[in-house]
Write a protein that binds this ligand. Structure first.
Ligand SMILES: [Zn+2]
Length: 467
């Protein structure tokens, strides 16, 4: 009955958008990348029952098993679904609305099956998380790390308790006072709440994350900042941290000021304390080549006009700092990237856990595309593609404390998988939605046609462009 099954596949993408989950899915004859850094092997059949991977057997060994849906895996690679450690679910930008499905479908179309949201509209996000879990909204798994702030240690402790009662999956911390961070961290650790820290150039830096065993450092600033010989960067007298042009300009001159010996000691401390690093290399790329970032070939079809308007230079919109961006700024940032990438590589070589996050919705980065660009930049940082994929899958799962559930192609794990036509280790670019390499994104056992998802997104953009 194979041909009949393939007939069913043609309508699968749209059918599953209606929320129907097949009981039993088989991917036949695919190469498998498990996600833990081990090489591809196959061809194999992957049998999915309900929302779990039931078994992985040599190609052909599952032929006798009756299935509801068959996916042709020949010439394809199956990977664990990608884990985006740094997402913001957005349904508007600076007051201009856009459908939340634009963001959610782009993530799925890019192979992302889990998103750690690190700051969005809390009440709305709770509803989206519930709908995703129930299978009533086409979306990756959503984990909500709610943005935390407090003025005093007492307030911090109470707030963590309240967050727990409200059902957070974790806490997102931005710049804060040291005593507030310590009180928050102590309470959160007692309650078993994970923490993602956007470690800025503030009172707290990576040394505070080491002391408090923060789950992840987001971005990077607080790492070189903790390795400055004078304890402070050589800012010009006129520097204003609240001015984003200043902030992004001089951030590009931060890594060069870090003392290599001190930096090594900070990285060692992170490894020892189990602080993982989500460097989000991709979100800063406009700083080293503004014109390239602002003119991606896929913008015409995939950039929602609300997002496009937000990206235009404007100091009132976070990340749209390039009101007066210079050649010299780009030169500094190119060097900054070299030093930063070396630090990420050194951290991993010391045994640190590197994860993969995106931070799209800012600085010319579109959901999904920004994440896949992160994979390319981690390869540029010196990691082999297999390792890059491990960062995006198994490492992400470890960082979330879900390493026994997601992030691997392994029997018993949740069926969050992607089916790629072609070999992503040979070229990560095939993964982009406009390249069409990802054919299927399977989340919780439900296969979604990436082509159908991408077409839905293009339609949303075309309709918004018309208005
Ligand atoms: Zn962010």
């Amino acid at each position: 009955m194979r041909t009949a099954c393939f007939g069913l596949l043609l309508t699968l993408g749209s059918a599953l958008v209606m929320g129907q989950a097949p009981k039993r899915v088989v991917i036949r004859g695919a190469m498998v990348v498990e996600g833990v850094g081990t090489p591809a092997s196959g061809p194999k059949d992957i049998l999915i029952e309900g929302n779990r991977i039931a078994s992985i057997v040599p190609a052909g060994a599952s032929n006798a098993i009756q299935t509801d849906v068959e996916i042709d895996g020949r010439g394809r690679y199956v990977l664990p679904g990608f884990i985006n450690l740094h997402g913001h679910i957005q349904d508007e930008r600076a007051g201009k609305p856009m459908p939340v499905d634009y963001c959610l479908k782009l993530w799925l179309a890019s192979g992302i099956t889990t998103v750690r949201d690190v700051g969005s509209h809390w009440e709305k996000a709770k509803a989206w998380r519930a709908e995703s879990a129930a299978g009533t909204r086409v979306a990756p798994r959503l984990l909500l790390y709610r943005v935390f702030s407090a003025q005093t240690p007492d307030e911090a402790r109470k707030k963590v308790e309240q967050f727990k009662a409200d059902g957070v999956d974790g806490i997102k911390l931005l710049g804060t006072h040291r005593d507030v961070m310590d009180a928050m961290s102590e309470t959160a650790r007692r309650l078993g709440i994970r923490r993602a820290h956007h470690t800025g150039v503030e009172e707290t830096n990576a040394r505070d994350d080491i002391r408090n065993q923060t789950t992840t450092i987001e971005h990077w600033y607080g790492i070189p900042d903790a390795a400055l010989p004078n304890g402070v960067q050589g800012f010009p007298a006129s520097y204003n941290y609240s001015n984003e042009l200043d902030r992004f300009r001089y951030a590009g001159r931060l890594w060069r000021e870090a003392d290599p010996a001190r930096l090594s000691e900070v990285l060692d401390g992170m490894v020892k304390a189990g602080v993982a690093w989500d460097p989000t290399l991709s979100i800063y790329e406009a700083a080293r080549d503004l014109d390239k970032a602002a003119n991606q070939p896929y913008f015409k079809e995939y950039l929602h006009p609300s997002l496009g308007a937000f990206f235009a230079p404007n100091l009132a919109n976070h990340g749209s700092f390039y009101t007066d961006w210079t050649t010299e700024d780009e030169v500094f940032w190119k060097e900054n990237y070299q030093l930063w990438m070396r630090a990420v590589r050194d951290f991993a070589a010391k045994g640190g856990i590197v994860g993969t996050g995106e931070d799209a919705g800012f600085i010319y980065r579109i959901y999904g595309f920004g994440y896949l660009r992160e994979l390319e930049l981690q390869q540029e940082a010196g990691f082999p593609a297999l390792k890059v994929i491990q960062h995006a899958t198994y490492n992400g799962a470890r960082i979330l404390g879900m390493e026994n559930q997601i992030g691997r192609v392994r029997a018993g794990w949740l069926a969050d998988l992607i089916v790629v036509k072609g070999n992503p280790m040979a070229n990560l670019k095939i993964l982009y939605p406009h390249q069409g390499g990802i054919e299927w994104t399977i989340k919780d056992g439900k296969p979604y046609s990436a082509a159908v998802l991408a077409a839905d997104v293009r339609k949303m953009v075309a309709e918004a462009d018309k208005k």
